[in-house]
Design a protein around this ligand. Structure first.
Ligand code: AMP
Length: 406
């Protein structure tokens, strides 16, 4: 299978070749020709499936033809749940549209209005936006959606999870009915199905079987935790392990991320917090410190941590266990980047009894129950027989161990 049979313009094919893409992924194979044909699509696919190219390549191809409408608004609108994803999509746009004359603007929350106003007051082809901020611009009449020919809802399930339903409906109401709509989501059931009914016309459904989420490069452990104090002691021990380079710690709430990072700071760790309530500037600075290796521990919430790609992270700790196996996969995927080995450790509270089995079924990976010597749980689960090896095996097999500035 190659890209040549999908109906893509030769210049896009040349870019793909230059990027080293030889074979379309399953979602690209199905969605690209269907999108080029012009109909609406409902696509269930996961992050990492290659879905961004599946909608951007047809979007870029569309821009080769002139717009039938004059004016300034975008011809393509991509809605994403988070600013990080929006910026990533914008970057991909320029990657896939290399050499093409095309103007993009990201319109996301947490960024100053000034630049966005400037970008929106000029001709623009593709706007990539988070629903809240775009709705603000709509209300201020600083964006014209009357020229949109193609609407993409990326990670629609996440947008609804984040409470953007009203904004999405308001935005869609301003876009011409003759548009093409492509909706991407991990699931097409439930409220996503209802949204799909409202925003698409006779959509074709494309369901991509979940690729096995197996990550043999990530060693996965679970530890039973009695309470907060026990978790902090275990975390403290893990963070001091010699082979741990950088660590990403997940908490369930923004508040918990703040509190825990404060507690770790008090223990002398070089630590920061990342969550959705922070200004974009603070978040960018925090991520830069992490990338530069100046910060060793980042405590984050699920949403804030999506898309973090820092090769130095060789330990992920689920301080609060994820709600579902899918979130687990996203979380642990923040380690083991760039072909390195990583370790994921999950603390299990009383309510997380069935989680390990669910995760194992979902991922096909083994999650070993472990204990840290001297920090055995008093309650349930004290029977775990395996002892967490030194450094939790972190970094095993790649870099020589060295202690760094804890
Ligand atoms: P996505 O699911 O869109 O976030 O894509 C996941 C990653 O796969 C991105 O880093 C893409 O650059 C890469 N990718 C997408 N399509 C292909 C392809 N056909 N061949 C190789 N890499 C790809």
């Amino acid at each position: 299978m190659s890209f040549t049979t999908l109906g893509l313009d030769p210049s896009l094919l040349a870019t793909l070749t230059a990027l080293g893409y030889t074979t379309p992924t399953p979602v690209q194979l199905q969605a690209i020709p269907a999108a080029i044909a012009g109909g609406d699509l409902l696509v269930s696919s996961q992050t990492g499936s290659g879905k961004t190219a599946a909608f951007l390549l047809p979007a870029l191809q569309r821009l080769y033809k002139p717009s039938p409408l004059s004016g300034m608004g975008p011809r393509v609108l991509v809605l994403t749940p988070t600013r990080e994803l929006a910026l990533q999509v914008q970057k991909s746009c320029h990657g896939y549209g290399n050499g093409q004359r095309m103007r993009t603007a990201s319109v996301v929350g947490g960024m100053p209005y000034g630049l966005q106003l400037k970008l929106l007051s000029r001709p623009v082809d593709i706007v990539i936006a988070t629903p809240g901020r775009l709705k603000d611009h709509m209300d201020r009449r600083t964006v014209n959606l009357g020229r949109v020919e193609l609407l993409v809802l990326d990670e629609a399930d996440r947008m609804l999870d984040m409470g953007f339903q009203e904004e999405i409906d308001a935005i869609v109401a301003k876009i011409p009915k003759e548009r093409q709509t492509l909706l991407f989501s991990a699931t097409l059931e439930g409220i996503v199905g209802h949204l799909a009914q409202r925003v698409t016309r006779n959509p074709a459904r494309i369901t991509i079987a979940r690729v096995a989420e197996t990550r043999p490069d990530i060693t996965q452990h679970a530890l039973v935790a009695d309470n907060h104090a026990h978790k902090v002691r275990m975390l403290d021990t893990l963070l001091r392990e010699e082979e741990v380079d950088q660590t990403l710690v997940f908490t369930a709430t923004k508040r918990a991320a703040e509190d825990l990072s404060g507690e770790l700071l008090g223990k002398g760790f070089d630590v920061g917090a990342l969550h959705g309530d922070m200004r974009q500037r603070e978040r960018s600075q925090m991520l830069q410190r992490l990338r530069d290796g100046k910060m060793k521990v980042l405590v984050a919430t699920d949403v804030a941590a999506r898309g973090i790609d820092v090769p130095g992270i060789n330990l992920v700790v689920n301080y609060d266990a994820p709600r579902q196996a899918e979130d687990y996969v996203h979380r642990i995927g923040r380690t083991g980047r760039a072909g390195r080995a990583g370790v994921a450790v999950t603390f299990l509270g009383a309510q997380d009894r069935n989680l390990v089995r669910q995760i194992e079924r979902f991922t096909g990976n083994k999650v070993s129950m472990m204990v840290i010597p001297g920090l055995e749980p008093k309650g349930r689960g004290a029977s775990a027989s395996r002892v967490l090896p030194a450094a939790a095996g972190a970094g095993r097999g790649h870099e020589p161990s060295r202690r760094r500035g804890y």
